[in-house]
Design a binder for this molecule. Structure first.
Ligand code: SF4
Length: 197
């Protein structure tokens, strides 16, 4: 066999193995309770200063209240340095069905379901990927009261930082990886991701 044929065979096997591994991860994510899961190419992640500036406006009330949110989660440069350490990840979504746009109960139920699935799957993935970085959907709610800023985070491995707190525009990350951001009228979507390795 010619050398370039051997190389081509080697790379095609490697690619095939990576695809199979990702398919397994997607299946596991769906089994963990998510409605949508897909591969995340971490090189597509762009961190935007305007997203972090939106955090500073504190419309969610979590700015300066948690290790998972700015400024506790680090400067934009520090976040970029962390994100740059990853190549492969997984995007996960919970898509809730709403009776109408005022269906607060439906929104809460979907949010709760998403959070439970996220925590469960985060623990599961941590066993296979000890250095995994979970990027959640809202400020970390692992503890009733965050220890910020008086004491270190109580559970750095269980904590998760919202995608936006890193400076990610969730819609852009989804679109760059072929995942729908909006699933149509009468739905609400919660998106998170796991940066694996
Ligand atoms: S695990 Fe607890 S202390 Fe750490 S960021 Fe989350 S809420 Fe705060």
């Amino acid at each position: 066999m010619l050398l370039f044929e051997e190389d081509a065979l080697y790379y095609s096997r490697l690619f095939g193995a990576a695809m199979k591994m990702m398919e397994k991860l997607i299946t596991r994510a769906l089994e963990a309770g998510f409605d949508v899961a897909g591969a995340l190419d971490c090189s597509t992640i762009i961190l935007r200063s305007e997203v972090r500036e939106a955090c500073e406006k504190n419309s969610c009330g979590r700015y300066g209240k948690s290790w998972s949110c700015p400024p506790g989660c680090g400067s934009l440069d520090e976040c970029a340095a962390r994100i740059r350490g990853y190549a492969k990840g997984l995007i996960v979504q919970t898509v809730g069905k709403l009776e109408d746009e005022f269906d607060g109960e439906g929104m809460m139920a979907a949010a709760q379901h998403h959070e439970q699935s996220f925590r469960r799957f985060s623990k599961e993935l941590r066993r296979d990927y000890p250095d995994m970085l979970p990027c959640g959907t809202g400020s970390c709610s692992y503890c009733d009261l965050c220890s910020y800023p008086d004491a270190p985070c109580r559970d750095p491995l269980g904590a998760s930082t919202p995608m936006e707190a890193f400076g990610m525009m969730v819609k852009d990350v989804c679109q760059a990886n072929g995942i729908k951001y909006y699933h149509g009228k009468g739905t609400i979507t919660f998106t998170g991701c796991f940066l694996l390795e």
